[in-house]
Design a protein around this ligand. Structure first.
Ligand code: SAM
Length: 278
């Protein structure tokens, strides 16, 4: 795939577990490029062996991204075409890639995405939570203040929020989420595309009860905060409309009165009284 003047950087998605989740186009590109830049060359070698592809590999990971970007740009300028892959899924999504891609664009080098597996998208499409609008936050920061800010953002988000998490940090993350989310629905997707693939649905507390024994790779999806939508709109509603809004959600009568009182800053008796007067 040597070009006359300048090479192309292909950003190639690879499987997230099941080795069959790689496109025909991705295989073709891996066969044709001059060089493969991989997050972990030993890991990628296993995939290449499985695909019976033999190619020179160069390491490109978080800790050498800046230096290796220079090397890759030089090779691209010499006319070599390069496939960039990460250990699993789509490069650049919580994986290295950004630095060399930005540099290529600066230098006028063509960057071509080769689509394929991505854990967050596959978790989302089978989750049952709202897919129209969502926010992907990757891994929650470990720094206390930044973490609190993100948790507050999740608390307020009216959109579905997607998080990545490592199994050994899952309990801590769920505990932190439980402080901010009360009874919001969560879907935990585990071991996607692998033998033990599983989707667990429930409130944070319900998920926490199961989480102790959970192993493997995890995506968390948190449904949007619909309370905020209600809070925003209730001021413009008549008492009857406000009642119907909750009734449609299947909330019991007594609970509805409690909620309306809270929303409108009234006592439950005031709400009953208003209903009686009407
Ligand atoms: N680039 C990858 C992608 O496209 O999804 C993500 C890489 S990030 C370093 C690794 C995280 O992705 C894991 O900690 C987990 O949260 C998520 N992940 C990767 N593979 C997964 C799988 N098979 N099932 C569930 N989550 C997965």
């Amino acid at each position: 795939m040597r070009e006359d003047k300048i090479g192309i950087l292909y950003v190639v998605a690879t499987p997230i577990g099941n080795l069959e989740d790689i496109t025909l186009r991705a295989i073709k590109v891996l066969q044709q490029v001059d060089l493969i830049a991989a997050e972990d060359t030993r890991h990628t070698l296993k995939l290449l062996n499985h695909l019976e592809i033999s190619k020179p590999l160069i390491s490109y990971h978080r800790h050498n991204e800046e230096i290796k970007t220079e090397v890759l740009i030089e090779k691209l300028k010499e006319g070599q075409s390069i496939a960039l892959v990460s250990d699993a899924g789509t490069p650049g999504i919580c994986d290295p890639g950004e630095v060399v891609i930005k540099k290529c664009i600066e230098e006028g080098i063509t960057v071509i995405p080769i689509p394929g597996a991505c854990a967050m998208i596959n978790a989302l499409i089978a989750s049952g939570v709202d897919t129209k609008e969502f926010t992907f936050l990757g891994f929650l920061p470990l720094h206390k203040k930044l973490r609190k800010e993100k948790l507050e953002e999740i608390q307020k988000s009216q959109k579905t929020v997607i998080l990545y998490e490592a199994p050994h940090k899952l309990q801590t993350t769920l505990k932190d989420l439980s402080v901010f989310l009360e009874d919001r629905q969560i879907v935990l997707a585990r071991e996607l595309t692998k033998i033990h693939e599983e989707f667990i649905r429930g409130t944070v507390k319900e998920i926490m009860e199961r989480a102790e024994s959970l192993k493997g790779e995890i995506v968390l999806m948190i449904e949007g905060n619909h309370e905020i939508e209600i809070e925003k709109s209730f001021e413009n509603l008549s008492l009857e409309e406000h009642y119907k809004l909750y009734e449609q959600q299947g909330i019991p009568k007594k609970e509805i009165i409690k909620k309306i009182a809270k929303d409108r800053g009234l006592s439950k008796n005031d709400v009953y009284q208003e209903f009686l007067e009407k």
